[in-house]
Design a protein around this ligand. Structure first.
Ligand code: SIN
Length: 330
């Protein structure tokens, strides 16, 4: 890892030098992400391009690369640090190598709804987290929402016991691994771009994601049963390379900041609608959607509760406390 940072620093010094030198040419800005255009993040990235090019005509050209076309989960942060891409918006679950504090977002049953997430992110603890990776060269600009996650498999998942032995795909997060271990399931970390095939071939049996991600990846074709569990959060941080960002002229930085603000508003406005629409489409497919009774939901919550204690020290009790205070308060 240490060798990577040294190499990344040297490569980045080279990659960022031309930004100031070629002032006559539009700056090419690459925004890479792993989801489809028809998702909250996909729509927001397109909005960012439109507004940035409108506010800074001839000065910037924004290229958006969806669907892991340019870089997938495994490489996108390294690509950002090397200057091969300028903006990415990974799920908060994917920053574990860079900071532990963001693991709070993966704690099961922490946030009741997206209003609670907003409250936490708008507060001091949430805002400080945007800077939690600055020493590693990553600057957080904004949070973007997707929504709450649902479970799916090829059988109904109604009680925690139903998850026993099920191989669930998880993002690269130890908290999510522990969450499924708590219900005696077998979690497996896997890149987003590989999930459909893994479900299709039976390499994994189940998964957790938002309605819009599930539908846009066609999981309803390879999963017979979805459970509306709302048990966890899928949210993003838009990050840029701190050195590249600080090397931009104030005019460009200001324009991009404004564009990012508009894109964030679009993201958070469409997220809920896109998830509702995707849920409707999954309901109309051959897959079934199951609702949990309050008692059933409580049992999942109780089964997964030990995960909080396990990660309390790494995340920081004060951070968990702050999230918990707003988590159910909307
Ligand atoms: C994403 O929404 O960016 C992908 C999340 C995942 O890997 O499940």
């Amino acid at each position: 890892m240490r060798r990577f940072w040294i190499w990344a620093a040297a490569a980045a010094a080279f990659a960022f030098a031309p930004v100031a030198a070629s002032a006559q040419q539009p700056i090419i800005i690459k925004f890479s992400h792993v989801v489809a255009d028809a998702t909250p993040k996909g729509q927001a990235a397109i909005k960012f391009k439109e507004v940035a090019e409108q506010l800074l005509p001839g000065k910037v050209k924004v290229e958006v690369y969806p669907n892991s076309q340019l870089f997938g989960d495994a490489k996108e942060v390294e690509a950002l640090l090397l200057g091969d891409v300028h903006f990415i918006a990974p799920s908060l679950s994917k920053f574990e190598k860079f900071t532990k504090v963001l693991q709070v977002y993966d704690l099961p049953f922490l946030f009741a709804d997206m209003q609670a997430v907003d409250k936490f992110q708008d507060g001091k603890v949430g805002q400080d987290m945007l800077k939690s990776m600055e020493k590693k060269g990553l600057l957080g600009l904004n949070y973007w929402h997707n929504g709450l996650k649902q479970l799916s498999a090829n059988k109904p998942l109604l009680a925690p016991e139903d998850a026993k032995g099920v191989k669930f795909r998880v993002q690269s997060s130890d908290v999510l691994v522990s969450q499924f271990q708590a219900v005696n399931a077998n979690p497996q970390k896997l890149a987003f771009s590989e999930v459909y095939q893994a479900l299709q071939t039976g390499a994994v049996d189940g998964q957790e994601n938002t309605w819009s991600n599930a539908y846009s990846q066609k999981y309803q074709e390879v999963q017979s049963d979805f459970t509306e569990s709302n048990h966890g959060l899928l949210d993003y941080m838009v990050v840029t390379n701190a050195k590249w960002w600080n090397g931009l002229s104030p005019e460009i930085r200001e324009g991009l900041t404004k564009a990012m603000k508009e894109a964030t508003a679009v993201n958070n406005k469409v997220a809920d609608d896109l998830n509702k629409e995707a849920k409707g489409k999954i309901a109309a497919s051959k897959a079934k959607i199951h609702q949990l009774t309050p008692e059933q939901r409580k049992k999942w919550q109780q089964a997964m509760e030990p995960v909080w204690k396990k990660f309390e020290k790494e995340i920081g009790p004060d951070v968990i406390d702050a999230a918990q205070k707003v988590g159910n308060s909307s």
